[in-house]
Design a protein around this ligand. Sequence first.
Ligand SMILES: [Cu+2]
Length: 666
Amino acid sequence: MKRLLTRVWAGAMVAGLFCGVTLAADAPPAHPLDSLTGTEMSRLVAILKADGKFTATTRVHTVDLVEPAKDEVRAWKTGKPFARRAHLELSDSGTVHQAEVDLVNGKVLSWTPFTGQPALLYAEFMGATDKALTDPRMVEGLAKRNLKPEQVFCLPLTAGNFGTPAEAGKRLMNVPCYVRPTESNFFAKPVEGLFATIDLNTSSVVTVTDTGALPVPGDGWGYTPGEVAKRLGALRPEARPARLEQKGGPNLTLANGLLQWDIWRFHVRADKRPGLVLSMVDVNDGSAWRSVAYQMSLSEVFVPYMDPDKGWYWRTYMDSGEYGFGIFMTPLRNGVDCPAYARFMPVTMPQDSGEPMAIPDAICIFERNIGDPAWRHYEVFAQSPDKPIPAEGRPATELVVRSASVVGNYDYLIDYIFQQDGSIRIAVGATGVDAIKGAAATSMKDPKAAAETRFGTLIAPNLVAPFHSHYFNFRLDLDVDGPRNDFMRMKLVANKTPDGLPRTSMFTVSHDMPVTEKAARTRIDFNAPSMWHFSKHAGAGPLGHDRSYMLMPGGSAVTSLLASDDPPVKRNPYIDYQLWVTQYDANERYAGGRHATMSDGTDTLATWVEKNRPLGNRDIVAWYTLGFHHITRTEDWPVMPTHWFSFSLMPHNFFPHNPALTVRPD
Ligand SMILES: [Cu+2]
């Protein structure tokens, strides 16, 4: 059972705990923002032990690098010493503490009791599964469905928080089950209508909900080549491969802890909760390195389902805060997930014991030219029949930094893409297996189908995929030409033309500079479009313009349609606006709050903004949500085609000309 669940839960765990990947002695950190190394994680445990604060029963919920102050990091020079501190949240026999530990001097700097809910432990997931199947009410529910406990496996899911008395003081997970897979797909046979609610604090089953049995689908719905060929007759005929390649190796260099490629340099690490964290993102304008962003990372991922069924309404996951995009990073497959020539890097994540585990190939970095032009022009008027002049143009090459986090059934690809024209594109690719619900209907002609597909799509016989949304909030600490920036909305305004002109209307551009956090909250309005600029304060470029980077939503904006008093929205109120801007605060990192597990909405981006801090000429942070409403379809089954959506950070009057002019023609 443990092995089965482990495979379901995370490739990360498979890689780290069950396939014997042990950490080789790791190199010491080379940069103040480098991830905590495996050696450092072990040393944290040793320091706490020596201080009498770590026993055989201590469990580690969180280990985070405490970043040195921005000024300190910016002023740091290669070869100079730097601080290494870590923040930990630890539980032991019912008590929870947070600690700050100085790794350089081997000291516990602080040790304070903690009253909120720390992040979930791997052992809590496993324990919840085992507990569910030992409860007689669950065994009885299975028996009603002609199933024995050994025929099923169960998945603990975060239960949300709806502010009811029944939830108060508890640490709840809901645990539905599936019939053990007969093929590669672990989600094809839901045991619908039955789940256990477990309080992790007491390790007990609080309730068992049984809303009645539904048929378990017979098909295994595997997706391996053999399984697909068996079901569909054959795979497509063999084809000549069309592959990207890079002869002679990458153009990427590592200097002073920063990756450098083309006109870009930046720092990469991965943290347990957000996954990839890119820092100190600078661009070279031909004569100098200039800052674009101090840091960019995922801040929260919110996935509310839209089915009011007792077994579904609470499925309102905070995939990053509750589960973790770093700890659930998975090994990327050479030639499938990334081009064969990509550079693959492992990441180091803490286990429940505080000791490190390695996830191999968790990040891939590669350049790609997919045959598109960075720019081109064909000079029609220069042509003559005897002397044709070809188009002038440059091939576009971009650098991709990629990871894939698996949260249960979903696989999320996160890409940071650096372009030669000075733009950065941040893309999310959603794939994996839809969350599915058992149903009685086997076709839309079935009389039961109408009621069963009110909140989802029948995607296979006896399987409905409920509708839901995916919201990805990114924390973008933009420092455009330095930390002091202004936020400005460039609004497009409809205007009448002067009398006597054959034209009657044109648009003009007006500037609006919100100087407080509340005024800066911005919704996308297609009837009143605006462009969002982050500019160096009083930092005019060569022509006297503000030197800016513009955040381009790029067709991935969504209106939530959910009420603001809906409990999951209270926990994730940032979805009410696509863009928020705050004054920089090193402690504000996650839009859904520092502690997501059963959070109540009292610590979120929306509550910080109640301070309504001033923004003009300050160090400011942009928080942008992209996402999509997932109206499920048969093509999503048994595994979803990768659905990409993205936004861009684009220079606006930042460079004096097209930065891609200097790209070589060959
Ligand atoms: Cu989806």
